[in-house]
Each structure stands twice: as C-alpha cells, then as structure tokens.
Design a protein around this ligand. Structure first.
Ligand SMILES: Cc1cc2nc3c(=O)[nH]c(=O)nc-3n(C[C@H](O)[C@H](O)[C@H](O)COP(=O)(O)OP(=O)(O)OC[C@H]3O[C@@H](n4cnc5c(N)ncnc54)[C@H](O)[C@@H]3O)c2cc1C
Length: 386
C-alpha cells in the first residue's frame, strides 16, 4: 500500500534498481535538499533526488538585482540558525559572506551544502506527473517511469509565474522574467502588485533611474504584522522608504487591475474603479506565482485560497505516500513560505516516513533542540509587544 511499509518483494522487487527507490524527492532547491539531509541523518536508505535542471535552478533564474529579503547571519553556534540555512549546521552568511545573498550566490551555497551532506542529485530528470501503481507511486519522468513507496514533492513555485488572470497580460512582463531592471525599456514604468515582488521591482526600477507608478489592490506598505508573510519585510520597507524620498515611486492603492490594452504605441492599464493609466513601457506584472502542485493537482484537495490540504504530517489528504515540503505548505492560516518556516517541517515528514518504515527516529531530537522540528501548528499566532 502506498505510504505503508517498504516492500522489496513482489512486483516491487522485480523492478530494476534504477526504476525504483524507497523515497523520491522531486526538486533540488532548499526544500528538497534540506529534506534529503534529514532523511540521511536518520539513515533512511534508497532516497533519490530528481531535478529537472540542476541544484538551485530557481535561484539561478532570479533577476540579477534581486536579493534575499530574509537576512542571513552566522548565528548557529548560539542556537539561532541562520534564517536562510537549510540545516542547523550550515549558514549562507558564513559560506557567502553575505547578509542578503543574490540568487546565484544562494545556489552556490546549496551546491556546497549538497556536497557537504553527501547528497547525490539526478539532474535533468523532469517529472511530468504521478499516479498510484499497486503498492507504489509511479512518477512519469523524462527518463521513463520511476516507482517509489513515498514521493516528497519539493518542486517550489518560482518557475510557475502567474499573470493574476489580468486580461491582455501578454502586453506586460512578469517580474520574475526581467533580467536587470536597468534593461527594462522606457522611462515611466507601471508595476502591478504591491507585495514583496512588486515593491522590490519598483525599488529596482527607481534605482535604475526610472519613474515608477505602483498599482496595488491595497496599501500593503501600511500593513502592520509581525509575520513577514503578511506584511512587507523590514528590508523592503527600509529600501522603499529611502526610494520614496527621491519621489521616483508613486504608490497607488485601491487599484485592482482588470486588464491591459494596446492603444496605438501605448498600453492602457484599466482598474475595477474605472481609472486608467497609460504607459509606453510594458507594465511589470508582480502578480505572484502558481505553486508547482498544479502539476499534480489531481492528487491534492485545495482549500478556498488554493492551498493544498495536508495532514498534520504534510501528506496529501487524497493520496497516501505523497508528501509536500516547501513554500506551499500551509496549516490553518499559517503560511510556511519562507525557508526559516518550511525547514521546520522537514523533520515532521521524516518522522512520519521513517516511522512507517520501522526506523529509529530518536535522531530527530537534535532537530527539536535546534528549532528545526515544528510539530505544533498552533505555534505561530504570537505577535510582538514592541
Ligand atoms: C520572488 C521570490 C522571492 C523570495 N524570497 C525569499 C527570501 O528572501 N527568503 C525566503 O526564505 N524565501 C523566499 N522566497 C520563498 C521561496 O519560494 C523559497 O525560498 C524557495 O525558493 C523555495 O524552495 P523550494 O526548494 O521549495 O523551491 P525551488 O527553490 O524553486 O526548488 C524547486 C526545484 O525543483 C525543480 N523542479 C521544479 N519542477 C520540477 C519537476 N516537475 N521535475 C523535476 N524538478 C522540478 C526546480 O528546477 C528547482 O530546482 C521567495 C520566493 C519568491 C518567488
């Protein structure tokens, strides 16, 4: 049975080794590699990581000007793991000498971590889908079928830009697809979307000497919350505040953009209130990302906000044996969308799988001691008093 004890007999035993593993992890970003490290610490045998490109591919595709908003600091020795580390014994700040690494720097950290942890990644294997097959889960891949007792989906979100269902969106450019802000054509640029990506784009464009109008449904820049999944991060606020002093960014809230249309040489941006904005430069769509679970959506139930429904062990409620790690994990209203959040669920998944395989999980104590095992999802409601 999928998700049950691993069997090497019967039809599973007849499968060639290259076609079968106990566990297949899809994706070699921070989630896939961090997860693999925990399984390695527990001595779980026969874990295979498959990756469509190479380690850290999403980070290598980041716009060159983009930096981590969550800061790195080599604080591990005092029990406070670097916020962007995938394990309690590594630190991007230490490895990269950088507090806000670029995407390519972070990919270098990931490569070093995989090397240090002895993780082998099967690169160039694209997973197209999966389905149950007897006692196994069968992955459809560019290398043919791969069978596993457990699949851990760690395929991220960055590679799946969303256009926010804006009509005429092809007249704009998604924020993740702009190489450098200075390369963007035109002097007056409209940015659609006022969360982290939109504000980051506005700051980058302004720094490149452009005049920016940022259109947002709500004034996120005024939202106060101790949770950076809800409010702008301090790093972004601080840079926005400096950019606003130059008057190169105009912030417009209550601007729910419905569509883009071409009027001669110009592009008109229409909002639900009937206002319109005209520009001769392709608007930047900072309209977010669709999670990679859309590739295997038939094996998840989704809540009203489009998040996959998970058990308390981060297993699909629809398909036993299929686990999710990474930024799409959500419990109650808590989004585990930053590395320092979702890394705390790796040990929960490892505990579930290793437990079902009859393996000793006492090795996870060190994860709990290092705040890397968060199994109480009612944890995160606290706000800050100052
Ligand atoms: C613009 C942006 C900025 C962000 N900034 C921060 C930040 O500052 N701090 C922070 O903590 N978090 C940040 N995040 C959250 C971010 O999602 C995570 O930090 C991180 O990228 C998620 O790691 P991951 O391993 O789940 O996904 P990824 O890093 O995307 O890794 C997924 C891997 O899976 C591979 N893959 C995808 N599909 C398949 C497939 N079908 N078959 C095989 N392989 C596949 C990809 O090639 C990729 O290597 C940001 C996210 C975005 C979108």
């Amino acid at each position: 049975m999928s998700g049950g004890l691993v069997s090497t007999g019967g039809s599973n035993g007849a499968r060639a080794n290259e076609m079968r593993a106990n566990i297949v992890i899809v994706g070699a970003g921070p989630a896939g590699l961090g997860m693999a490290r925990v399984l390695a610490d527990l001595g779980v045998p026969d874990v295979r990581i498959v990756e469509r490109e190479r380690i850290g591919a999403s980070f290598r595709a980041w716009p060159k000007d983009m930096r981590f908003i969550s800061p790195s600091f080599p604080s591990n020795a005092f029990g406070l793991t670097d916020l962007n580390a995938i394990s309690f014994d590594s630190s991007p700040a230490f490895a990269l000498r950088s507090e806000h690494p670029s995407g390519s720097e972070y990919a270098t950290y990931l490569e070093g971590a995989a090397d240090a942890f002895g993780l082998t990644v099967n690169s160039g294997v694209d997973v197209h889908g999966l389905e149950p097959d007897g006692d196994d889960l069968m992955l459809h891949t560019s290398d043919g079928p791969i069978y596993a007792s457990f699949v851990i989906w760690a395929a991220g979100q960055f590679q799946y830009p969303s256009d926010g269902d804006i009509a005429g969106a092809d007249l704009g450019v998604h924020s993740s697809l702009t190489h450098r802000w200075s390369d963007h054509p035109g002097e007056d640029v409209i940015v659609i979307g006022g969360y982290e990506s939109g504000v980051d784009a506005a700051i980058g464009l302004a720094a490149a000497g452009k005049s920016v109008t940022l259109l947002s449904r709500s004034a996120n820049w005024n939202v106060d919350s101790a949770d950076p999944s809800v409010a702008l991060s301090p790093y972004t606020r601080q840079r926005l505040s400096a950019a606003l002093q130059n008057n190169s960014i105009e912030l417009t809230s209550d601007a729910d953009v419905l569509g883009l249309e071409r009027i001669g040489e110009k592009i008109r941006v229409l909002t639900s209130t009937g206002h319109s904005f005209t520009t001769s430069s392709p608007p930047i769509l900072a309209t977010g990302f669709t999670g990679s679970t859309t590739l295997i959506a038939e094996w998840f139930a989704f809540d009203g906000q489009g998040s996959p429904r998970l058990t308390l062990e981060d297993e699909s409620t629809e398909l036993p044996g299929l686990f999710l790690v990474g930024p799409e994990v959500k419990h109650e209203q808590h989004l585990f969308c930053f590395i320092y959040k979702f890394r705390q669920r790796f040990a929960v998944v490892a505990q579930a799988i290793a437990g079902r395989m009859g393996l000793d999980t006492t090795g996870l104590q060190v994860y709990r001691m290092n705040n890397m095992l968060l199994d109480d999802v009612s944890c995160c409601d606290g706000d800050c008093v100052c």
